[in-house]
Design a protein around this ligand. Structure first.
Ligand code: ADP
Ligand code: MG
Length: 740
């Protein structure tokens, strides 16, 4: 049932070809106890390896039950070994870190046996080879004779028709050897047992046939007994290893050898640390780049600022403000959005401080110096102590000018007195973001708001057939409130006469239209008259008229219609830039129209170039990390080559050995990832100090953690894949030899 027809096997090594066996023809049957002898190097091992499908052959043909095997794929050879062959090796080929029982179980697990079958067969077999009391002893603690018994037990457990043994007594003393020979004889019934030995005396008593090898040829073939012929191989219907068993063994392997586990853990910590650094670095850079952008409509583009307004453009109400404030993560609400995009200076000869104006009603708590103001012109300053010079107290009660850098100087700057000060962080402490504020009475604030609205508005006055346009850049035809003009009327400059057919504006209709990013308003009035030098003085309360004078004076009530009180837009500051996107979404869901400043910035022109350099650089680094890790892991796993060689010889498919390795590496990688993330987030929470990792932690959120773990798993898989490809390029035998 096994027939060799002129079979030759060559070894190629360093350009040299040696022949293991040449032109061997043989026929072997079930029931035979074949002993192969011969000098060292005569080809005994080669012959037995070819017969058991562990090694390939180059010439001739081997038939198994009449079937040609020369065209077998490696999978078909795996299948043949799994169903028909059990090997016993001279070097035992046991997993020395496993117990006796685990070693015997392994062969059944690898071949897909069920738990029940394993439990029912294994103890009997261990008993049969006389090792019952060593069942849970590690193989590395056993003597040579005992280890050979384990190897035999393993072959017995597999219970195939063909058992091969390469010098099974070679490493044993004569007493142990005699026991092994008897054991082999005992199991030989109904099987084909092929034993290689250079001591044929030991087997004389039991052998049915002795084949003498010499120089790769069969020199002598001596039949001692005719076997009770049974000419077909009884094939076992073994399958592949079960997934649950694979998982269990893979995880067990991760911890089996402690030094190996520790080394792998260190490598994976290195990987997770590098990968997360590269990742966080990339993220930091892209955030920094976003923050470096600009926006033409805003000068205050703090990355935590979100601008919100009602969808229907109606003014914001108290209820709106409380809905906004209720959103989780909102730190500050700035009602006077219009005042946020200009710089306001409060200055005199000795100091100059800038800040954002806001209402005294939003100032709570203690002041550091001075008191809250009692009169209209009093203000409270919130700024860094260092901005106020040597003697901060000296500024209290003095008069300062308060004006915007957007102010064209057409109007008199506002005069204020500093009544009190609260100290804030300096710009350096606040990382360049000034939190300086100027707290004013509502009346003052309203006039600043009006002035600010006017600065961002286009005012079109239509008088007869002509239009006169005001913008802050041109500063012609501004609209000014005056109590000296009756409601519904307007005092206009002389130019406006030109719009009417009769050249007289007085008593005619004119309309004023105000438009800005917040609102559009129109008001229709009647020209009460054209002012002259004298009436101009009255209207302005003392100013003299100049050549360029072009104001249009209207009643305060009409002015309020054009520039209404109340706010159409407000600004929200998030406590943390990471929360901006979420807050933005919540506000939109609440019905507000919003704009997060950090998303509204145009990147600087180098942004794209930096991306082009940085992303491939990160990929390059990742590849470098991968290869460094791969080579280190390969070194660590070198000692595992023989383990995987054993598994392959026990009949495990290549794919399954790869899975085992993947599971092993992923287990360690998972532990490394978990250790790293726990550490980093403890740092983040401030429980353990450490600034570099803290910065890293600031960049890693749940989604990033998951991405990181996934990347780690992919790297573990890639390494396992590469390593097992390297394994499978060689035959099972040469993997085993590499270690031997
Ligand atoms: P034996 O088992 O009888 O000692 P082998 O089958 O191991 O003999 O070796 C037969 C011949 O093949 C020898 O000449 C040996 O040098 C050669 N040989 C065996 N294994 C290899 C190998 N892995 N690479 C190269 N030559 C080998
Ligand atoms: Mg040999």
């Amino acid at each position: 049932m096994i027939r060799l027809d002129n079979v030759s096997k060559f070894y190629y090594r360093k350009g040299m070809i040696t022949s293991g066996i040449s032109k061997v023809s043989l026929s072997l049957d079930i029931g035979e106890f074949v002993v192969i002898t011969g000098e060292s190097g005569s080809g005994k091992s080669t012959l037995i390896n070819v017969i058991s499908g562990v090694d390939s052959y180059e010439e001739g043909e081997m038939y198994v039950d009449g079937q040609e095997t020369s065209h077998f794929s490696s999978e078909e050879f795996e299948d043949y070994r799994r169903r028909c062959i059990a090997n016993i090796f001279q070097e035992f080929n046991l997993v020395s870190s496993y117990t006796v029982r685990q070693n015997v179980e392994l062969i059944l697990q690898v071949n897909g046996c069920s738990r029940e079958e394993i439990d029912s067969r294994v103890p009997d077999i261990i008993e049969r080879v006389g090792l019952a009391e060593y069942s849970s002893t590690r193989v590395s603690k056993l003597s040579g004779g005992q280890q050979q018994r384990v190897a035999i037990a393993r072959a017995l457990a597999k219970d195939t028709s063909i058992i091969t043994a390469d010098e099974p007594t070679g490493n044993l003393d004569s007493v142990s050897a005699a026991g092994i020979v008897a054991l082999l004889h005992e199991i030989a019934k109904d099987k084909l047992v092929i034993v290689v030995t250079h001591n044929e005396e030991q087997f004389k008593e039991y052998a049915t046939r002795i084949i003498k090898m010499s120089d790769g040829h069969v020199a002598e073939d001596l039949l001692l007994q005719t076997p009770e012929a049974e000419d077909r191989i009884h094939e076992r219907d073994y399958g592949r290893i079960r997934p649950a068993v694979k998982l269990r063994i893979g995880v067990r392997n991760a911890f089996n050898i402690v030094p190996k586990f520790v080394l792998l853990l260190i490598v994976f910590l290195f990987i997770v640390f590098s990968v997360s650094s590269i990742y966080a670095n990339l993220k930091t850079n892209s955030q920094a780049r976003q923050a470096q952008g600009y926006n033409q409509y805003f000068t205050n583009y703090k990355d935590t600022r979100i601008v919100a307004r009602n969808r229907d453009k109606s003014p914001l109400t108290r209820a709106d403000y409380s809905r906004i404030k209720a959103v989780d993560g909102v730190k500050d609400l700035e009602k006077d959005d219009v005042l946020l995009d200009e710089m306001y200076y409060i200055e005199n000869d000795s100091i100059s401080v800038y800040g954002y104006p806001c209402s005294l009603s939003s100032l709570h708590g203690r002041l550091d110096i001075g008191t809250r103001p009692s009169d209209d012109s009093g203000v409270v300053l919130a700024c860094a102590k260092s901005d106020l010079g040597e003697n901060p107290e000296s500024i209290l009660g003095k008069t300062y000018t308060l004006q915007s850098d957007a102010d064209t100087g057409a109007e008199e700057p506002m005069k204020v007195k500093i009544a009190g000060v609260r100290y804030t962080k300096s710009e350096a402490e606040a990382e360049g973001e000034s939190d300086a504020r100027i707290y004013l009475q509502e009346k003052q604030l309203a006039s600043m708001r009006h002035a600010a609205y006017l600065r961002v508005s286009t005012v079109t006055t239509r008088a007869g057939t002509q239009s006169y346009r005001y913008t802050s850049a041109e500063n012609m035809y501004p609209v000014v409130a005056s109590s000296r003009v009756a409601a519904g009327g307007a005092m206009v400059p002389e130019e406006l006469n030109g719009g009417y057919a009769d050249g007289r504006a007085r008593g005619k209709k004119l309309s004023i239209h105000v438009e800005n990013m917040y609102f559009k308003k129109t008001c229709t009035l009647k020209a009460a008259g054209v002012y002259t030098g004298r009436s101009y003085k009255k209207l302005t309360g003392g100013q003299s008229m100049e050549e360029s004078t072009s104001e249009i004076f209207i009643n305060e009530k009409d002015y309020d219609k054009l520039f209404p009180h109340g706010n159409y837009q407000c600004s929200v500051y998030a406590a943390d830039v990471h929360q901006v996107d979420r807050i933005n979404r919540v506000l939109q869901k609440e019905g507000f129209k919003t704009l997060a400043l950090k998303n509204a910035l145009q990147g600087d022109q180098f942004g794209g170039v930096i991306d082009i350099i940085q992303v491939p650089l990160a990929i390059l680094l990742l590849v470098a990390v991968f290869f460094i890790s791969y080579f280190v892991i390969r070194l660590i796993l070198r000692s595992r080559t023989s383990y995987f060689g054993i598994l392959q010889m026990l009949g495990m498919a290549r794919k399954d050995t790869r899975h085992l390795l993947e599971i092993e590496l992923m287990t360690v990688a998972g532990i490394a990832g978990a250790v790293f993330l726990v550490l980093v987030h403890l740092l983040d929470a401030g429980i353990v100090p450490g600034s570099y990792l803290q910065n890293l932690a600031g960049q890693l959120h749940l989604r990033d953690d998951l991405i990181l773990l996934a990347m780690l798993a992919v790297i573990a898989c890639l390494i396992a894949g590469r390593f097992s490809r390297a394994l499978s390029r060689k035959s099972a035998m040469s993997n085993y030899r590499e270690e031997a």
